[in-house]
Write a protein that binds this ligand. Structure first.
Ligand SMILES: NC(=O)c1ccc[n+]([C@@H]2O[C@H](COP(=O)([O-])OP(=O)(O)OC[C@H]3O[C@@H](n4cnc5c(N)ncnc54)[C@H](O)[C@@H]3O)[C@@H](O)[C@H]2O)c1
Length: 361
């Protein structure tokens, strides 16, 4: 017999783009009942009522005092996450906070975790991009060693419009691309690497369309994991020719995934058929001859379609339901968030000093 569903009463604080996205999700998912939301701006309150036909609470206190609300989703700009998360936990609510959970502050995160523990409530973060299809596809290549031993992974997103002109362009709100997109890519990297230690890193923050006393408009970080695996993670916003989303190098092959760019798909795996045959006929490259850089001939490599894994965004909320109703273990844990925020702090520190930093020894 199918298990009876006991919908979780959910409400949203901060009803902009992402808050309304969650509200829409609660409305269509039978595991949840969307109770309503609150936003400090009247236009967002109106949009909540009009677009989602949901109750707009007159205040945060009114929302947090409603006994039907079991779960609060916080989707405000990043600077007020701590204050609202702690308030909701102290009102006896379970809480999902949008990423980044804090403006790169371990102290803020520990205050939120302490409030969850003190109130015996569930607190997690919406690290939804662990369920993206491109990430799951790259993870599958790595986990199954489809290229032989993987030794280098490049994960990047390239935009062409600078930093959006809203709060994301302002430091006090926790703007900037490291905290915005970077946090997703770094969370994916730590998830894929699992318990392997991240030994050291070197980062560079960019200010092509912003100034260094404002927010970064991108960054790149080179990470050095135990097991001789390196990662280059890059978020930039001034690219008019975007590079592929994923580029993965293994001992016997290379994988490339550029479905992200929506400009034609050249995603593939290229495998070496006869690795021992290293000798090549020299070719003219530039104004000289080279054997070392001569491309492989067609008879010595084989091309395969990239084995695509579909994204499964609903799995995030399935886990939330299982945690709250059946006592399952959360997928996005406090310790993972501690590691992630510490990593962001280290990337800011390396960017500021211009030096590599040790991370996990
Ligand atoms: N996980 C994802 O894929 C994803 C995607 C986009 C945004 N986000 C995150 O979601 C959060 C919100 O981003 P957004 O794009 O929806 O921004 P947004 O500007 O569209 O919405 C934020 C809303 O919060 C409201 N707000 C500000 N302070 C408030 C307060 N004290 N109480 C109640 N409401 C308040 C604002 O009026 C605004 O309507 C950010 O943390 C962002 O990083 C996550």
């Amino acid at each position: 017999m199918a298990e009876e569903i006991k919908p979780i009463g959910a409400a949203v604080i901060g009803c902009g783009g992402m808050g309304r996205h969650h509200g829409w999700h609660y409305k269509k998912n039978p595991n949840f009942e969307f109770i309503g939301g609150f936003d400090i701006r009247q236009c967002q309150q109106d949009a909540l009522e009009k677009d989602l036909e949901a109750k707009a609470f007159e205040s945060r206190e009114a929302l947090l005092s409603d006994p039907r609300v079991e779960l609060v989703l916080v989707a405000t700009p990043n600077d007020v996450h701590r204050e609202i998360v702690v308030d909701a936990l102290n009102h006896g609510k379970n809480v999902i906070c949008e990423k980044p959970v804090t403006i790169a502050s371990t102290e803020d995160l520990e205050a939120m975790i302490a409030a969850a523990n003190a109130n015996g409530k569930f607190f997690t973060v919406h690290q939804n991009r662990r369920w993206d299809g491109d990430y799951l596809t790259a993870k599958n290549v790595f986990d199954k060693s489809l290229l032989g031993r993987t030794f280098h992974i490049e994960s990047r997103v390239h935009g062409s419009r600078g930093v959006p002109g809203d709060w994301r362009a302002q430091k006090p709100y926790g703007g900037g691309m490291l905290l915005d997109w970077g946090i997703h890519l770094l969370d994916q990297m730590l998830d894929m690497m699992g318990s392997r230690k991240l030994k050291s890193l070197f980062s560079q923050l960019t200010y092509v369309s912003t100034s260094p006393d404002e927010v970064d408009d991108g960054f790149r970080v080179l990470c050095n994991f135990e097991g001789d695996i390196t990662w280059l993670v890059e978020v930039t916003t001034n690219n008019f020719i975007p590079l592929p989303r994923w580029y993965i190098l293994g001992e016997n092959g290379t994988a490339l995934d550029d479905r992200w760019n929506r400009r034609g798909d050249t995603s593939k795996l290229v495998m070496v058929e006869d690795w021992e045959n290293r000798d090549a006929v020299p070719v003219v490259l530039g104004v000289g001859l080279s054997k070392t850089m001569a491309p492989r001939t067609d008879d010595s490599i084989k091309e395969f379609p990239l084995p695509v894994v579909e994204g499964k965004w609903d799995d995030y909320y399935d886990n939330i339901y299982a945690v709250l109703r059946n006592g399952a273990a959360p997928i996005v844990t406090h310790d993972q968030q501690r590691r992630l925020i510490r990593l962001v702090e280290a990337i800011f520190a390396s960017g500021a000093s211009g030096e590599a930093v040790a991370f996990e020894q």
